[in-house]
Design a protein around this ligand. Structure first.
Ligand SMILES: Nc1nc2c(c(=O)[nH]1)N[C@H]1C(S)=C(S)[C@@H](COP(=O)(O)O)O[C@H]1N2
Ligand SMILES: [Mo]
Length: 407
């Protein structure tokens, strides 16, 4: 009885949603709305589906690596990120940027393969059709936003972005994911059908030089080219090739790139007056450069891996953070450290070092880079360097360390 009512109701609802809407007058059907306005037979459900699969895989990898990077920078209580292997974040963030950039040509060809549908006739067949079109419009807009904002961020070109990049890029990623899942749900039968039909392959139509294989090959070559040139941000032999990724891992003072310079951060330092303030259970201690240099010095080889995708390994020398925690009267196995820069303003003037990284003997308050005193742009007189951590958390010009109980 109840079942019959539900069935009847759903049938009525489905009918309402799919009922044909009144068609617009035929006189409006001009220009791109004409039948046969898009003669290329290269476009097919198969081509669109194959591009969709490639794009879906690239997007999924990009989303997951991006989510990981977000969690490391804004860790919720349940989140745990190890300090080893030291290169892990370098790889995950390199993959994030590389797969994001691979979406540029893939999205371009995919949109080319379907854009004639913008001019479908009639424009709206039913309420369900209108909802589907709105969903696709949202997906396309959000995907373009992600790719564009990512490329602009890598290029350090913030003028066209009237919002804080990280926040916008993070929330729109969820929007793309949601819209993509809905799109997949709607299109799955069509995608299945298009990918199953193998057939002998359609003959190349007259006047059409490019084949579907040729087009896919071209898209793959573009992805390959962008990937190779992106990897140049990390792999030095390829560094001359930055195409969408302009950073070179070996250009900068002391052979290392710089995102924010000492001048940019407003650092005016009097080395003789400099004190590192160490606050912990034992109270506050002020350590001058002589005192820091008198402590046991360690040398480690660790990369800086910027969230923008560039990364570079370097040799750092300085004092272990765990030794400083001990000096502050706390247990280095069970402490969190708040690191504050001498920089007065700026989003990245502080960072929190979780217990996992405080404990790690590779985590240093570095005083030297490649054997020489730090260049001002690399954080002179002291900067944090820890294994497997985003560059943005490797605080420069450190002025204060506060030892807190582990969270
Ligand atoms: N105080 C401070 N530290 C900072 C930053 C900053 O803006 N202010 N930028 C961070 C970012 S985004 C990166 S990638 C690294 C880069 O270090 P480097 O300039 O020595 O290569 O420094 C980090 N440390
Ligand atoms: Mo960075």
């Amino acid at each position: 009885m109840v079942r019959d009512t539900v069935t009847a109701l759903t049938r009525r609802l489905r009918h309402r949603l799919t009922e044909p809407l009144p068609a617009p007058p035929a006189t409006l059907r001009r220009g791109p709305f004409r039948a046969g306005a898009f003669p290329s037979r290269l476009r097919s459900a198969r081509l669109t589906s194959q591009l969709g699969v490639a794009l879906g895989v690239a997007f999924a990898v990009c989303f997951l690596t991006g989510l990981l990077s977000h969690l490391i920078q804004h860790p919720p209580g349940w989140f745990w990120w190890p300090s080893r292997p030291v290169w892990l974040y370098r790889v995950t963030q390199g993959v994030h940027v590389a797969t994001g950039l691979a979406c540029v040509p893939l999205l371009g060809v995919k949109l080319w393969s379907v854009y004639p549908r913008l001019f479908a006739w009639p424009p709206l067949r039913s309420i369900a059709h209108a909802a589907e079109r709105a969903g696709v419009a949202l997906l396309v807009a959000a995907a373009l936003f992600q790719v564009l904002s990512g490329v602009l961020n890598i290029a350090h070109w913030y003028a066209p972005m009237p919002f804080f990049f990280t926040t916008g890029h993070y929330w729109v990623a969820w929007l793309v994911t949601g819209a993509l899942l809905v799109h997949l749900g709607v299109q799955l039968p069509a995608i299945r059908e298009a990918l199953r039909r193998r057939g002998p392959g359609r003959p190349v139509p007259d006047g059409e030089r490019l084949t579907r294989r040729g087009l896919l090959g071209g898209a793959a070559a573009a992805v390959g080219l962008i990937t190779v040139t992106t990897v140049g941000q990390t792999v030095r032999p390829l560094s001359g090739l930055g195409l969408l990724a302009p950073r070179r891992p070996d250009v900068g003072p002391q052979g290392l790139p710089v995102n924010k310079t000492a001048a940019g951060a407003g650092i005016a330092l009097d080395a003789a007056a400099y004190r590192l303030i160490l606050a912990g259970p034992a109270g506050e201690t002020a350590l001058g450069l002589a005192a820091l240099n008198a402590m046991p010095q360690r040398t480690v080889h660790l990369p800086i891996a910027c969230v923008e995708g560039w990364s570079a390994g370097a040799t750092w020398t300085g004092v272990r953070l765990r030794d400083l925690v001990t000096l502050a009267g706390a247990d280095p196995e069970r402490s969190t450290v708040l690191v504050e820069s001498l920089e007065q303003r700026g989003r990245y003037r502080t960072s929190t070092v979780p217990a996992e990284h405080v404990r790690d003997p590779l985590t240093l308050i570095a005083l030297r880079l490649g054997g020489d005193v730090l260049h001002p742009d690399h954080g002179y007189p002291a900067r944090l360097i820890a294994p497997n951590r985003p560059g943005v958390l490797q605080t420069k010009w450190v002025g204060r360390l506060t030892v807190l109980p582990a969270r």
